[in-house]
Design a protein around this ligand. Structure first.
Ligand SMILES: Cc1cc2nc3c(=O)[nH]c(=O)nc-3n(C[C@H](O)[C@H](O)[C@H](O)COP(=O)(O)OP(=O)(O)OC[C@H]3O[C@@H](n4cnc5c(N)ncnc54)[C@H](O)[C@@H]3O)c2cc1C
Length: 414
């Protein structure tokens, strides 16, 4: 008897499962059906990497796992069994996509086209997977087999892979259905919120961000809540009309508490992260002594872009002050802002604008070696449906691939 496998959701995780079932089946009699509510699978996949698809990150699994925060131990076996090098081999030798490595071990297709990646996957699975489009799964029931109820009829399967994604970028189809379907089947869902998201400034900091919109700086960004620093990340950030974005801000956004007001949460930017407060102050004292006829703004421009230097000087009321007339009190103010620039947070990061969803099906209820549900035998849960979010740089797509590999292996060995 053929094993009837139903894949619910045709995003990266669902499509990769179809690929893995095809490549691992080795003569086994299975029929694979993928049900997607959009008119074409992979609508989020084609947006990835700014349309270029950062498909994986070529780090060893022991390093890669650290990019998955609290889920690092859960995902480690999957990353070890089917890691970045395996993904690259598969993409190059089976999907026919040539790959290249960019900074920080990020891997992209040479064609720089996420659409070509999605289309290569669809061609690869065309002879092994029945793709049912424009069909939304409303409920999954478990009796003798799985009954998958859609807005377009009912389908029966021996096992089901739940891969309906998270709750962000809803226009791509990821509208949180994974969580509703899993809850109905008896799973616990950890409350979801945005991760890898831009941050909206509060009304006090909005004008600073607006004046500097489009300017990028390298800084240490820290999150403060209840007057305590909770996390820091060093990297590039970008001022924007609405607040802050760019890699460093996106990375720490998952740590911003949902109750921004109640916890008095804010961000702090250290614009000279290479030196501590004392070292920066003494270096600045030296600079002032050596350049008496130079404006303070010009001296600050040695550390930050001129527009940021101008904004800092203006906030300290020293825009037109030269080094020779610079008081100790003003120097303290300037150094303080350079090292501890406070940006108030207007609201918790919007889940809609987040690149990934934090939260999801509780990992306690899923077997990390098979991705099988411990609540409903025969159900497998992968991708953003799970309470896993990785940092940027190809981590999240690699997680989808590694999990798809584990689920497919378990399905075929059962
Ligand atoms: C703009 C952007 C850029 C990104 N860039 C990268 C990158 O370069 N590298 C990287 O590693 N990660 C990147 N990510 C993250 C990555 O895209 C996601 O982590 C990944 O796509 C999650 O895959 P998934 O299959 O779990 O969910 P999704 O891709 O969201 O797929 C879920 C699918 O299920 C379908 N679906 C939902 N509900 C139902 C239902 N009831 N019935 C049937 N179908 C349903 C949806 O239509 C969708 O097609 C990016 C994310 C965004 C938003």
């Amino acid at each position: 008897m053929s094993i009837r496998v139903g894949i619910i959701g045709g995003g990266a995780a669902g499509l990769y499962t179809a690929c893995q079932l095809k490549r691992q089946r080795s003569g086994k009699d299975i029929s694979v059906t993928l049900i997607e509510k959009n008119n074409i699978p992979g609508k989020k996949l084609i947006l990835t990497g700014h349309g270029r698809c950062n498909i994986t990150n070529l780090k060893d699994a022991s390093l890669l796992k650290k990019g998955f925060h609290e889920a690092e131990n859960f995902i480690y076996p999957a990353l070890r069994e089917f890691g970045p090098a395996d993904t690259m081999n598969f993409a190059e030798n089976e999907l026919g996509l040539k790959l290249k490595e960019e900074e920080n071990n990020r891997i992209f297709p040479v064609c720089d086209s996420a659409v070509r990646v999605r289309d290569a996957i669809l061609s690869y699975i065309a002879d092994s997977t029945r793709v049912i489009k424009d069909t939304k799964v409303m409920e999954i029931r478990k009796g003798e087999d799985f009954e998958v109820i859609t807005d377009n009829g009912t389908y029966n399967f021996d096992c089901v892979v739940l891969s309906c994604g998270g709750s962000s970028f809803t226009k791509t189809g990821s509208t949180g259905d994974s969580y509703k379907l899993a809850k109905k089947l008896g799973h616990t869902v950890i409350p979801v919120r945005g991760a890898l998201a831009p941050v909206k400034a509060d009304s006090e900091s909005a004008s600073l961000c607006k004046h500097l919109a489009g300017v990028s700086v390298s800084a240490m960004v820290s999150v403060f809540a209840e007057d305590k620093k909770t996390t820091s990340y060093e990297g590039e950030l970008l001022f924007a009309d609405f607040g802050l974005t760019g890699p460093a801000v996106m990375e720490i956004s998952r740590e911003i508490p949902a109750d921004v007001k109640g916890t008095r949460a804010y961000l702090e930017l250290d614009l000279v992260p290479s030196m501590n407060d004392e070292a920066f102050d003494s270096e600045f004292v030296k600079l002032i002594g050596e350049h008496a006829d130079t404006k303070i703004t010009t001296l600050l421009s040695r550390y930050v872009p001129a527009s940021v230097a101008g904004e800092i000087a203006s906030r300290c009321g020293v825009s037109d002050v030269y080094a020779q007339g610079f008081t100790k009190e003003n120097r303290k103010k300037v150094c303080r802002l350079m090292k501890h620039l406070k940006i108030g947070i207007g609201q918790a990061p919007s889940i809609e604008a987040a690149y990934v969803t934090r939260g999801g099906v509780s990992l306690k209820e899923v077997d990390r070696k098979t991705m099988g549900s411990k609540v409903v035998p025969g159900l497998y849960i992968i991708g953003e449906a799970l309470d896993i979010d990785g940092i940027s740089g190809g981590y999240n797509l690699q997680a989808c691939m590694s999990e798809a590999y584990m689920a497919s292996k378990a399905i075929l060995n059962n």
